[in-house]
Design a protein around this ligand. Sequence first.
Ligand code: NAP
Ligand code: G4F
Length: 319
Amino acid sequence: MKRALITGITGQDGSYLAELLLEKGYEVYGLRRRTSTPNFENVAAIQDRIHWLSGDLTDLASLIEAVRVSDPDEVYNLAAQSFVAASWPQPIATGQITGMAVTNMLEAVRIVKPTARFYQASSSEMFGKVVETPQKETTPFYPRSPYGVAKVYGHWITVNYRESFNMYACSGILFNHESPRRGLEFVTRKVTNAVARIKLGLDRELRMGNLDALRDWGYAGDYVKAMWLMLQQDEPDDYVIATGETHSVRELLEVAFGYVGLDYRQYVVIDPAFVRPAEVDLLLGDSSKAGSKLGWKREVDFKQLIEMMVNQDLERNRT
Ligand code: NAP
Ligand code: G4F
């Protein structure tokens, strides 16, 4: 039986990945930091099947212990301060958790179990002020937020450990991916939750930032399959994972409100508090390398994704 260690297991991707690996018969170890209130919502259904390890990505000792106890075949490093907007008010914490701590995780693996295969959760946010469209593995990075800068560090240190120590280390450059488990502050979930609440008469308006931003949005359940595929190849490599379609925040509003028969223009208020100091205007990924080498393709399209999220938010807000 294969063993996998997942950091960030309580987050959106960690929970889907844990389910996928359990289905495949893995023994799954989850690193979880102490929190003052429970954050098990995403993993509630599988929490008894996970081997829980206590640790923090910024604490190397806890990571060394986690690798020692789990003795993993595969390590998925998904933990991060992942909310871009929070990276301006918390640039140092973001740099430490999302950037520097990738080295902590790589060091723990290198010291304790250097043959373990390593996945780093890199991001299309690294492309930032894009220098070509669509963006692919060879597109130069131009990050636009402290989060993006930290992810560029995490990406290159992963490549560097592969080249320096011959480790099986991969960087997955994933474009935005969403689901009913997405945190409430990210734009898709913020919108689908507001749509549900307005439809049910619980709220009357939705305050938003830049409606012109364009994103390549996919479904998280599809994207964790790509993470697993990357660690099953003969050679480690880096891959872009994206849908190849881009939509504006405005289109997101149209689809989500339209699905329940409402016109978003009657409810949305532009609030400068949600406009970022520097914006990523356009993301559109080319995942043809993942298609040809991993055999990966997305199953859920934009409209299906948003409708799935609105449906679940309607259900949650009714109870
Ligand atoms: P998420 O829902 O925000 O989950 C982040 C996870 O990291 C949570 O489990 C969180 O734990 C954990 N974490 C944060 N700080 C930690 C620390 N110091 N020590 C240990 N654990 C810590 O993020 P996600 O959407 O699943 O994304 C997973 C990864 O992919 C992240 O690295 C993200 O930056 C990256 N990524 C995401 C996307 C996307 O569109 N979703 C795209 C590209 C890359 P708590 O529950 O305790 O907060
Ligand atoms: O949903 P968002 O907060 O995601 P963002 O910034 O693209 O980052 C996500 O995707 C990255 C991959 O590219 C990940 F690495 C990262 O961890 C995260 O998962 O915002 C999307 C867009 C932005 O352009 C933002 O300015 O929506 C725009 N937006 C407009 N109004 C808003 C709002 N975003 C949020 N969160 N809230 C608003 O009210």
